[in-house]
Ligand binder design. Structure first.
Ligand code: F6P
Length: 342
């Protein structure tokens, strides 16, 4: 078989490890051939390819980013997008595709599978918000980066008797904020799933100062105050209709400074959370996803996504992964609240 591989959406540590797993097993065990598509769905749309053999995947296991490049191209927003992809796949002799991506990239894969394209999905996102899988790869790395930042911020916050606010990624789901906040011993964690009362946050912060410790507030970029408007840098939308977020941390610092009389500063971790080498957990998960994805293609089990359930890698229909986002359940938030302000 001749198999195309693409990576779409925001990059994340572990993408290269998946590509390596797919290609190494695909060639050495099954004798398949590969075509690398560049920049997500833009690759098959415009016929942008690059060679993808054993040589190309040597040494990429620990490398962040993606050797194939990425983009947020939505085929379904482009005139004749699907027809162009089908034509390019036929012209290149590609029998099947492995799409590695998050809700948007795999959302496109879900629709293409319904239209008869042979596709298998691999769930990627630092946000951990894809349904049907216990974890997506990239999440563990992002959480570790954020945790390390929080650890460092504790000591400087205490020296200067300041509130330090750490803004982490998470548009609709606060998994990074919750896990990094818990692992880093944050005093308040704010998620997109639950609008927060800024006066309550100020009370937590004051309580923490009374204990002679400086507070660390972890806020997901998509968190919003009660009855507030989503805070955005600008209103530009990408091709999947998402606004660019960022700004809630700064807004919160101004509010907390005014309400508590203590200096408050914000650190926006941004793309640092997506860069660099994957953790061991993410390397293993990505590699296992890659190995299982090529098995699915080899067996002709299309329209599926590989997923982690407990310690097993299983295959589920793509729609189960992309139909609905996996947000943080309220019980998980309540569990963490014990530490707020204390
Ligand atoms: O989906 C992954 C993610 O990193 C989100 O956490 C974040 O909101 C978004 O991508 C940022 O996207 P971009 O890098 O395109 O601005």
């Amino acid at each position: 078989m001749r198999i195309g591989v693409l990576t779409g959406g925001g990059d994340c540590p572990g993408l290269n490890a998946v590509i390596r797993g797919v290609v190494r097993k695909g060639i050495t065990v099954y004798g398949h051939e590969f075509v690398g598509f560049r920049d997500g769905w833009k690759g098959p749309l415009e016929g942008l390819t690059k060679p993808l053999g054993i040589q190309e995947v040597r040494g990429i296991l620990p490398r962040g980013g993606t050797i194939l490049g990425s983009s947020r191209t939505n085929l379904f927003k482009i005139e004749n997008g699907v027809e162009r992809v089908k034509q390019n796949l036929a012209d290149l002799g590609v029998d099947a595709l492995i799409a590695i991506g998050g809700e948007d990239t795999l959302g496109v894969a879900t629709k293409l599978a319904d239209l008869g394209v042979n596709v298998v999905g691999v769930p990627k996102t630092i946000d951990n918000d894809l349904n049907g899988t216990d974890y997506t790869f990239g999440f563990d790395t992002a959480v570790n980066i954020a945790m390390e930042a929080i650890d460092r911020l504790h000591t400087t916050a205490e020296s200067h008797h300041r509130t330090l606010i750490v803004e982490v990624m998470g548009r609709h789901a606060g998994w990074i904020a919750l896990h990094a906040g818990l692992a880093g011993g944050a005093n308040v964690i704010l998620l997109p799933e639950r609008n927060f009362d800024v006066d309550q946050v100020a009370t937590y912060v004051e309580k923490r100062f009374q204990h002679e410790y400086a507070p660390i507030v972890v806020v997901a970029e998509g968190a919003q105050p009660l009855e507030g408007q989503m805070v955005t840098q600008n209103q530009q939308l990408d091709s999947f209709g998402h606004v660019r977020l960022g700004g809630i941390g700064q807004w919160l610092a101004e509010q907390l400074e005014a309400k508590t009389g203590k200096e408050a500063r914000t650190v926006v971790l941004g793309h640092i959370q997506r860069g660099g080498t994957p953790t061991a957990f993410d390397r293993v998960l990505s590699t296992r996803f890659g190995l299982q994805a090529i098995d699915a293609v080899h067996e002709g089990d299309f329209g599926k996504m590989v997923a982690l359930r407990g310690t097993d890698i299983v295959r589920i229909p793509l729609i189960e992964g992309t139909g609905e986002l996996k947000t943080v359940p309220i019980e998980r938030y309540t569990e963490a609240e014990v530490f707020f302000g204390s």
